[in-house]
Write a protein that binds this ligand. Structure first.
Ligand code: PSU
Ligand code: MN
Length: 305
């Protein structure tokens, strides 16, 4: 693989075993509207720094995998005029060879983070098994990559637009440990709880770090999922959530949306149809996940140091 180009700040933090948190770029380019995405990018990085770690936002620019972005590079990722391609792990080789600009999904980011030696990664929602997957076979590569890449992914669960039960079953099959952060329920992104439980609960960043460290000693290549519910005051009201969900599913069916377009189309629909409520939830949960990921990275560096 092309060797990732790592910023000096991230490189020296890694060399000195200081905490680093990888951040994905698809939520910026494909998950949030222009303008707002750039503000959120700064807030996420700020949350990582405030908790004592170095942020490393990951993208592919001019065909080069980049780990850690400058302000100007974040501008480039967030500007829709640049039409960044959504890059899952399978797309990386093509983007490198063809010299493209692209934003990495959870799958793409986890692969590049691991290649760069970063073990902790924060995002908003994980991709998963879509409803109707029995017919469409639409299962996010995020699950496969998490099953084969030893990184910790901190997220707020998966959207209830997905088949949450099937997603959890697949994570179990692929031996990915799922930890609830101060919760017994797997979170559903905009909502703090789904109807599904988590196999393990942790009460602190230190406990999560201890699990990650111990998991590294277990045979296999699987990562770890730490599920952190959206902050209480930014949880979407249940009735609005029900309505968005039903309309979103109908919209996909009516337009015949498929493949990598499904998630971005849904997100755009939610943001438009909720009058901004979904945006606020989305922003706050990502910031909260970034802070928690940094907390775990700090504890891991202590354990390993
Ligand atoms: N879920 C969200 N917000 C997002 C995504 C997922 O709530 O922005 C993005 C992430 O980048 C994730 C990707 O990795 O969508 C999954 O896309 P797909 O379902 O096409 O694999
Ligand atoms: Mn898909």
């Amino acid at each position: 693989m092309s060797t990732p180009s790592i910023t000096e700040e991230v490189e020296s933090a890694l060399a000195e075993n200081r905490p680093v948190v990888a951040l994905e770029s698809t939520i910026l380019s494909h998950g949030l509207p222009p303008g707002r995405n750039r503000e959120v990018a700064d807030r996420i990085e700020g949350a990582v720094r405030a908790a004592g770690a170095v942020p490393a936002t990951i993208a592919v620019l001019g065909g080069v995998p980049r780990v850690g972005l400058t302000a100007a590079e974040l501008d480039r990722v967030c500007d829709p005029a640049n039409e960044l391609v959504k890059l899952s792990r399978r797309d990386l080789g093509a983007a490198f060879a063809l010299g493209r600009d692209g934003a990495t999904t959870v799958a793409g980011t986890a692969a590049l983070a691991h290649a760069a030696g970063i073990g902790v990664f924060a995002t908003g929602g994980l991709g998963g098994v879509h409803r109707g997957a029995r017919e469409t076979w639409d299962v996010s590569a995020d699950l496969d990559v998490l099953a084969t890449t030893p990184v910790l992914v901190v997220c707020s669960g998966v959207k209830s637009i997905l088949d949450i039960g099937a997603t959890l079953e697949l994570l179990e099959t692929r031996s990915v440990p799922v930890l609830g952060y101060r919760t017994d329920r797997f979170p559903a992104f905009y909502r703090r709880e789904s109807e599904f439980g988590v196999p393990w609960r942790v009460e602190s960043a230190a406990e999560a770090a201890a699990v990650v460290a111990a998991h590294r000693g277990v045979p296999g290549e699987a990562g770890v999922l730490l599920a952190n519910p959206v902050p209480e005051s930014f949880e979407m009201p249940a009735d609005l959530h029900e309505r968005l969900l039903a309309d979103g599913l109908e919209l996909l069916r009516a337009r015949g949306v498929r493949g990598k377009e499904v998630t971005p189309v849904l997100l755009e629909h939610f943001h438009g149809a909720s009058g901004g409520v979904s945006l606020d939830s989305n922003e706050e949960l990502v910031v909260s996940n970034a802070a928690l990921a940094a907390g775990v990275a700090v504890e891991l560096a202590r354990l390993e140091g």
